[in-house]
Design a protein around this ligand. Structure first.
Ligand code: PLP
Length: 373
């Protein structure tokens, strides 16, 4: 018997990855950072690799090492490191590492010396996002230093890569301007003797909408989970995550009853309230107070009153809802339930944040589909 659960349909992930694979001639890296956007890194990684992905992408060294410890041998790229991490563990484990500055390159070289084998690196050029990566001004110096380290046998330059600002708005002018900077960066590298086998820049949105951004490798994340990066488009993807809970109790209350902390909602008439045992500790944004949609008893209702740490309340009128009934926060939408997109709209965020929030520790995650345990 479960009280609340996140269900992840691995068959949906397989279908989505297969769809992404079928849409490109490039290799596919499925991004499984942040515990696979809340879906569970290891089951998702295995499903992705079995359905057309040949690479995995993560942010942190720890995420990459966890994949290796689980016996996953496919290429893994990790790209987010504060100074001073034990990067040699990544080198020893055969993890590819993103490098976006001379200082980071120096750390990779040290790590390679400690590990006694070359570090596999992907040189990152900042084509406009102004986050990680070398600016176009700093790029030639980074490439030159990397070429020297490669000649010295300390690194292997596997990739040149970047990341889009606004690929989720197809046609946005930044896409073309970033592509120009990227191509120039690749050309500069070639002039300096560096011809990396993998050039890559496409996230889900670019993978789905711009085949001219695919180069050798695409890096979809959100699309693998069945969610669209582009407002109003579905691309045939199937959402993999469902979040639901069993109603803890129902009660009749009179008209004018204030509900939950601060009484930000009052009942209009005598009604049945249903208490659902999920709150902001489980992933429901507190901003969903008086707005978050939940399906219960065949209807989509809105949370009434404040979202608490552990529970929310629904006003069900005279509908015959009872303790133990299943309240579905979001799912694929196939059963009329809200989707992560509906939640994103209700709380003014993006579907990425909704599913990732539900990857917390308290709600158990259960799997459906092939490979589920
Ligand atoms: C998260 C991330 C991705 C995946 O982005 P989606 O929009 O989820 O497809 C790709 N590349 C990098 C560098 C990322 O950080």
């Amino acid at each position: 018997m479960w009280q609340a659960e996140v269900r992840v349909d691995l068959d949906a992930i397989r279908e989505n990855v297969a769809l992404l694979r079928a849409g490109t001639t490039a290799e596919v890296m499925v991004v499984v950072k942040a515990d696979a956007y809340g879906h569970g890194m290891l089951p998702v990684a295995r499903a992705a690799l079995e359905s057309g992905a040949s690479w995995l992408g993560v942010c942190t060294l720890d995420e990459a090492l966890a994949l290796r410890r689980a016996g996953i041998t496919a290429p893994v790229l990790a790209w987010l490191f504060a100074p001073g991490l034990p990067l040699h563990e990544g080198v020893t484990a055969g993890v590819d590492l993103g490098v976006g500055s001379l200082a980071q390159l120096g750390e990779m070289i040290d790590a390679a010396r400690t590990a006694g084998r070359p570090a596999r690196v992907h040189l990152k050029i900042d084509t406009g996002l102004a986050r990680g990566g070398a600016t176009p001004a700093d790029w030639p110096a980074l490439v030159e230093a990397a070429a020297k380290a490669e000649a010295d046998g300390l690194i292997e330059i596997v990739g040149i890569w970047s990341h889009f600002v606004y690929a989720d708005a197809p046609g946005h002018e930044t896409i073309d301007s970033q592509l120009d900077v990227f191509r120039e960066g690749v050309a500069t590298a070639e002039r300096l003797g560096v011809d990396a086998p993998y050039k890559h820049i496409a996230n889900s949105a670019a993978t789905l909408t711009r085949s001219d951004t695919h180069f050798d490798l695409v890096r979809p994340g959100i699309a693998a989970y069945g969610l669209s990066p582009v407002a109003g488009e579905r691309f045939g993807l199937r959402p993999a995550m469902t979040a639901r809970a069993r109603v803890m109790l129902t009660k009749r209350v009179p008209a004018g009853q204030g509900v939950s902390y601060g009484h930000t909602y009052y009942t209009e008439r005598e009604t049945t309230l249903a208490v659902v045992p999920l709150g902001y500790a489980d992933g429901i944004p507190r901003h969903a107070s008086n707005s978050g949609p939940i399906q219960l008893g065949g209807k989509v209702r809105r949370i009434v009153g404040r979202v608490c740490m552990d529970q929310v309340v629904l006003d069900c009128g005279d509908d015959p809802v009872a303790a133990g009934d299943v309240a579905t926060l979001f799912g694929s939408g196939a059963g009329g339930e809200p989707t992560a997109d509906d939640w994103a709209e209700a709380v003014d965020t993006i579907n990425y944040e909704i599913v990732t929030r539900f990857g917390g520790v308290r709600v158990p995650r259960h799997y459906d589909g092939e490979g589920a345990r």
